[in-house]
Design a protein around this ligand. Structure first.
Ligand SMILES: O=C(O)CCC(=O)C(=O)O
Ligand SMILES: [Fe+2]
Length: 242
C-alpha cells in the first residue's frame, strides 16, 4: 500500500485510533502469488535453419566450450554446472528475435529501444543444472532489460529433465521479506528444440538437473541464452545522437 493510499483510507476513518487495525483486513499468513509472464514461441526458426544452427552449436561445443561462470567471472559448481561458448554467433536468431520484438515488449511491458544483444551458447549434459537465480540486480548486470533463451537438441531428445523453472513472485504481506523458499510456486517450461522463451531478467528461474545417459557433448541440451541490454554510456564514443 502506498503512503497516498494509506492517507486516503485514514481520511475515511472517524476515530484515528481505529486506523491501524483497519489498514489491512488480511490475515498474517497471507501471500499474494503473482505469476511471472513468459512469452514462448515454438518452431521459431523452422526446421532447416534450426537444424543448421544445431550443427554449428555441436561443432562449437567440441572445440570452444568452457565451464560456465556466474556473475560473468566465477565458476561455482554448486550453483551452476554447464559449459559455455562465449563467441558463438547466431545472426539468424537475432534477426528472428527482431521480428517478434514488438509483440514481446508489449506483453512483458518493457521497451528495448536502443538495446544491444549479448549472448552465449550454453550446454547442459549429464548431471548439469543452474540453481535458482535472477539475471540482473543493482550490482550485477543492471543493463539487462530482456532475457531470451532459444533451445536446440537432437531428435529424439537425448536427455531428460532440464526444464526451465520460472518461479511465481510471492509477496507476503506482513513479513517484509520475499517469502519462505519452501512456499514458492512455479511453472516449468520444456526446453523443446527450436523454441524460444522471453521473460524479464528480474524473474527468479533455474535449469532443472539434466540426465543425459550417453554423456556425449552432441547429445546435450543446447541453449543460446542472452539479453537485450541498454547501452553502456562509457562505450558510446562520440556519437551522442544514439
Ligand atoms: O538454459 C536455460 O533455460 C536458462 C539459462 C539461464 O538461466 C542463464 O544462463 O542465465
Ligand atoms: Fe538465467
Amino acid at each position: 500500500m502506498t503512503k497516498r493510499d494509506t492517507l486516503a483510507r485514514r481520511d475515511t476513518v472517524a476515530d484515528p485510533s481505529e486506523a491501524v487495525d483497519q489498514l489491512s483486513p488480511v490475515g498474517t499468513g497471507a501471500i499474494w502469488r503473482l505469476p511471472v509472464t513468459v512469452c514462448r514461441i515454438n518452431q521459431f526458426l523452422g526446421e532447416r535453419t534450426a537444424g543448421a544452427l544445431l550443427e554449428r552449436a555441436i561443432a562449437a561445443a567440441g572445440d570452444a566450450s568452457k565451464p560456465s561462470m556466474i556473475r560473468d567471472r566465477e565458476v561455482v559448481p554448486d550453483v551452476r554446472r554447464s559449459r559455455s561458448c562465449q563467441d558463438f554467433a547466431a545472426p539468424e536468431l537475432l534477426a528472428a528475435i527482431d521480428e517478434v520484438l514488438e509483440a514481446v515488449e508489449h506483453t512483458l511491458g518493457v521497451s528495448c529501444r536502443y538495446t544491444e544483444p549479448h549472448y552465449s551458447l550454453n550446454l547442459h549434459n549429464d548431471g548439469d543444472f543452474y540453481r535458482p537465480h535472477q539475471d540482473t540486480s543493482a550490482e550485477f548486470a543492471p543493463r539487462r532489460l530482456l532475457t531470451f533463451v532459444y533451445y536446440l537438441h537432437r531428435t529424439p531428445r537425448p536427455f531428460d529433465g532440464g526444464e526451465l523453472r520460472v518461479f511465481d513472485a510471492a509477496m507476503p504481506l506482513h513479513t517484509g521479506t520475499t517469502g519462505k523458499w519452501a512456499e514458492r510456486t512455479w511453472r516449468d517450461w520444456a526446453p523443446e528444440h527450436d523454441s524460444i522463451v522471453f521473460f524479464r531478467p528480474t524473474a527468479w528461474h533455474e535449469v532443472r538437473p539434466v540426465s543425459c545417459p550417453s554423456k556425449q557433448r552432441g547429445d546435450s541440451r543446447f541453449a543460446v541464452n542472452g539479453w537485450l541490454c541498454s547501452p553502456d554510456p562509457a562505450h558510446r564514443g562520440n556519437d551522442a545522437s544514439r
